[in-house]
Design a protein around this ligand. Structure first.
Ligand code: EPU
Length: 417
């Protein structure tokens, strides 16, 4: 298994290009199942989760090509299986995103039920409830969600909580349903908006995306389209936390600052000097960070996917930060590892109290999930001495060539096998 070796203490300097958003690309790849025509995607990040999704779609009969590094073409004209098997779903929960498109276009789907995962239980009851409201007969059988519907019918669906992939599944299903679907309490995340824009390019009739009420008028069929995936706001936020922790001066290219409001606000509170243009962000840090507490929430609030990284920064800050995780019940697994590097963090339920210290000390630490891994890399870059981050396959699921991007910014970081 690969590891990262980091010699900490170097400020970051230079420019880095932000990749396309993993969490937009995953549902958009699955949306290719909604049409027999070719779908051409650009700015697709080279990530393990993207490879897993392509394998899943290929098994169903989708033809895929990679004409360029960031381009993927998909064509679902000969689908011979509507099944997502356990061995793929267990490695990537987002596989559940094939459920809505398969059911809408082929009238049936058999998708392995994702189990709990490191950050929480993560049930999919809202996906199931919404599809049932659209007329699907849906039940759990031998660990699979088995769904059937000759044709889905539009419905008014109010989810019990805001769910990102739940909204995406129901949005995709509704595009081919008969009549109007109204999704209330819908997720407003930029990745949901990107999916809606892709579906509109495919001929779907959607309004209200980006708000908590999305209205979809079903159509008989969708057609092919080309689409450019939005920039990854979490990758951008991760690099910003890194420079705030190490000091330095970096510019992010091909970024989307308008999707990062809450993150930029909090980072400015830590003392990071941020300027932005339409597709770039420059960040300079020449002092010790100030402690900055926050509470995670749905977009446009502070994202749970940035909680671990901003916590790592707070371990080095002047003062005490109170951090509350409101989305997932078990997303503090990086805390123990950060404490092994000398951080002072106490957890009480969903709240972590971080007392900032003068420095962290390099150590061998273990990544437990994607964003936890990113927080350990940030801590390692800022720490005194050498840090080894083990089990970085988690990192490779969601960050494209992270060590190479950091090397280009002057970090002393190497991948070893
Ligand atoms: N929930 C339910 N029932 C459902 C659906 C969700 O109880 O049917 C609960 C979840 O357990 C959680 C909350 O609702 O407590 C919100 O979960 P959500 O469904 O929004 O999460 P998700 O769609 O499974 C996506 C991202 C995550 C990100 C969350 C929150 C993708 C592929 N994944 O997950 O990304 O943390 O939204 O913003 O889009 C990551 O990239 O590291 C990552 C985990």
């Amino acid at each position: 298994m690969d590891k990262l070796l980091i010699q900490g203490g170097r400020p970051l300097q230079g420019e880095v290009t932000i990749s396309g958003a993993k969490n937009a690309a995953l549902p958009i790849l699955c949306a290719a199942l909604l049409t027999a025509d070719a779908v051409e995607l650009d700015n697709v990040p080279a990530l393990r989760d993207i490879g897993t999704t392509l394998s899943l779609l290929e098994r169903m009969g989708v033809r895929t090509q990679r004409p360029g590094d960031e381009q993927v073409t998909l064509q679902a004209d000969h689908i011979h299986s509507q099944e997502a098997p356990y061995e793929l779903v267990k490695t990537m929960r987002a596989s559940i995103l094939v459920l809505g498109p398969l059911l809408a276009r082929f009238g049936r789907a058999r998708v392995s039920l994702p189990g709990g995962c490191a950050i929480g239980q993560r049930p999919v009851d809202q996906h199931i409830k919404g599809l049932a409201a659209m007329g699907a007969s849906i039940h759990i059988e031998h660990g699979f969600v088995v769904a059937e519907a000759p044709r889905l019918r539009g419905a008014n669906i109010l989810t019990d909580m805001v769910t990102v992939t739940g909204t995406e599944n129901l949005l995709m299903a509704a595009t081919l349903a008969e009549g109007r679907t109204v999704l209330e309490n819908a997720a407003c995340e930029p990745e949901v908006v990107d999916l809606a824009n892709m579906l509109i390019a495919m001929g779907a009739r959607i309004e209200g995306h980006g708000t908590d009420r999305i209205v979809i008028d079903g159509v008989g069929q969708l057609h092919g389209a080309r689409h450019h995936i939005v920039p990854d706001r979490i990758e951008a936020g991760t690099f910003l936390c890194a420079v705030a922790a190490t000091g330095g001066d970096i510019t992010l290219r091909r970024a989307a600052p308008d999707t990062l409001g809450a993150v930029l606000d909090k980072l400015r509170d830590t003392g990071l000097d941020i300027t932005t243009g339409p597709d770039w962000i420059r960040a300079r840090m020449h002092r010790r960070p100030q402690a900055t507490g926050f509470r995670t929430s749905e977009y446009p609030g502070f994202p749970t996917d940035m909680q671990a990284q901003l916590m790592a920064l707070n371990t080095l800050a002047e003062g005490t930060a109170v951090i509350t995780e409101n989305i997932f019940e078990n997303r503090f697994m990086h805390v123990q590892e950060l404490c092994r590097m000398g951080a002072d963090i106490e957890i009480d339920g969903h709240t972590a109290v971080v007392k900032g210290g003068e420095q962290l000390l390099g150590a061998t630490v273990m990544a437990t999930d994607l964003r936890a891994s990113a927080s350990l890399v940030i801590a390692g870059l800022a720490a005194q001495g050498q840090t080894t981050v083990e089990r970085i396959y988690h990192l490779d699921r969601g960050y494209e060539r992270m060590e190479r991007k950091l090397q280009a910014l002057g970090a002393d970081i190497q991948r070893i096998q």
